[in-house]
Design a binder for this molecule. Structure first.
Ligand code: SAM
Ligand code: SF4
Length: 319
C-alpha cells in the first residue's frame, strides 16, 4: 500500500486503550485522564481484529500494540494470537511500561509476540517512583531480564531524555549495552501531553548523548524505516539508538500509521487530523476502501519545529 508520496505503508501501531497503570509526569495528569472515554467509545477486541485484518489484507506486515498501557486491556493475549495467524503478518511487537510484563511474557511469547519495547526513564528506584508517580522499578527490571531469557530480542529500552532529570544517567544507560543484548534508545521529549507545559530546559537534543559518551560509534541501521540512528560502544553486545523527532526529521522514510482505541486512524503522530474508521466496521469492503483513501492523504512531513502542539496526549495515541 503506497501513499501519495510513494512511501510503502506496511506498519500499523495499535493503541489498545487510553488507560494506564502509571502516571508518567510528561504523559498523563496526576489524577488520570481528564476526558475518560466511555466504554462504548472503545472498539471491542473483535472490532479491533476486524480493522487489523483489513489493514493486513491491504499490505500491513508489522503491528505494534501500545496504549495507554496495552497490558491492562483484558484479552490482549488472545488478540495477538489471532492476529499472528493472519496471512501476511511478519512481525508483532509491543510497547509497554513493563509493570505487568513479567507474568505476561510466557503467554505473549506463546501467542506469537516477536519483540518488546520497554519504557524506562531512570535506573534509580526513587526517581522511577517520582517520574511514574508511584511505579515499582523492580518489576520492570525483572520483566526486562525475563524478556531477554524468552528471546523477545532485541529487547528495546525506551528512555525519554529529560533535562535535569536523567541526563546524569546517560552513561549508565549506555553501559547497559556492554552487558546485555539490548538496544537502549533515547527519545527526545516532545511537547505533547503534559510536556506541553514543561520548561524549555527539560527539552534536550539527543546530541547530548553523543557529547557525553565520546566512544559511541555510528553503525548502519538494519531498517531504513526505523526512526532511530544507531551507535555502539566498542565491544558492546547491545546498541544505542537516538530517536530525534524534533531535531531530525525522518518523515521521508515514514512507513507507519496509527490506530487509536476508538478506531481513529492517525496518518501522522504530530498532526491532529484523524479519520474515523469505526463507522465503516459493519461493511468490510467499505472499510478497506476508507483505509486506502486515508493512506493517500498521509501528510508529507510534520511541522513540530513550528511549535504547533497537538491536542491528544501520548496515552491516547500510543507514542
Ligand atoms: N504505556 C506504554 C509505555 O509507556 O511504554 C505505552 C504507551 S507510551 C505513550 C509510549 C511511549 O511514549 C513511551 O516510551 C513514553 O515514554 C513515550 N512518551 C510519552 N509521552 C511522551 C512525550 N511527551 N515525549 C516523548 N515520548 C513520550
Ligand atoms: Fe502510561 Fe506509558 Fe504514558 Fe507512562 S508513558 S503514563 S506508562 S502511557
Amino acid at each position: 500500500m503506497k501513499d501519495s508520496f510513494g512511501r510503502e505503508i506496511n506498519y500499523l501501531r495499535v493503541s489498545l486503550t487510553d488507560r494506564c497503570n502509571l502516571r508518567c509526569v510528561y504523559c498523563m495528569p496526576e489524577n488520570g485522564i481528564h476526558n475518560k472515554l466511555p466504554h462504548e467509545a472503545i472498539l471491542t477486541l473483535e472490532e479491533m481484529y476486524e480493522v487489523i485484518k483489513s489493514f493486513v489484507n491491504l499490505g500491513i506486515t508489522k503491528i505494534r500494540f501500545t496504549g495507554g498501557e496495552p497490558l491492562v486491556r483484558l484479552g490482549v493475549v488472545d488478540l495477538i494470537e489471532k492476529v499472528k495467524k493472519l496471512d501476511g503478518i511478519k512481525e508483532i511487537t509491543m510497547t509497554t511500561n513493563g509493570i505487568l510484563l513479567e507474568d505476561f511474557i510466557e503467554p505473549l511469547k506463546k501467542a506469537g509476540l516477536d519483540r518488546v519495547n520497554i519504557s524506562l526513564d531512570t535506573l534509580d528506584a526513587d526517581k522511577y517512583r517520582e517520574i511514574t508517580r508511584g511505579g515499582d522499578i523492580d518489576k520492570v527490571k525483572r520483566a526486562i531480564k525475563k524478556a531477554i531469557e524468552y528471546d523477545l530480542n532485541p529487547v528495546k529500552i525506551n528512555t525519554v531524555l529529560i533535562g535535569g532529570f536523567n541526563d546524569d544517567e546517560i552513561e549508565d544507560f549506555v553501559n547497559l549495552t556492554l552487558h546485555y543484548p539490548i538496544d537502549v534508545r533515547f527519545i527526545e521529549l516532545m511537547p505533547i501531553g503534559e510536556a506541553k507545559n514543561f520548561a524549555k530546559s527539560k527539552f534536550l537534543p539527543n546530541s547530548t548523548v553523543l557529547s557525553k559518551v565520546g566512544s559511541l560509534e555510528k553503525i548502519e541501521s538494519e531498517d531504513i524505516h526505523s526512526p532511530a540512528q544507531y551507535y555502539k560502544l566498542p565491544d558492546s553486545i547491545g546498541k544505542v539508538g537516538l530517536i530525534n523527532p524534533i531535531s531530525c526529521k525522518f518523515c521521508k522514510d515514514c512507513n507507519r500509521v496509527r490506530l487509536t482505541s476508538t478506531g481513529k486512524l492517525k496518518m501522522c503522530l504530530h498532526s491532529d487530523r484523524e479519520i474515523d474508521l469505526s463507522s465503516y466496521l459493519k461493511n468490510g469492503a467499505d472499510l478497506e476502501e476508507a483505509i486506502k483513501l486515508a493512506i493517500l492523504s498521509k501528510e508529507k512531513e510534520h511541522e513540530l519545529e513550528k511549535d504547533i502542539a497537538i491536542k491528544k496526549n501520548m496515552n491516547e495515541i500510543g507514542g
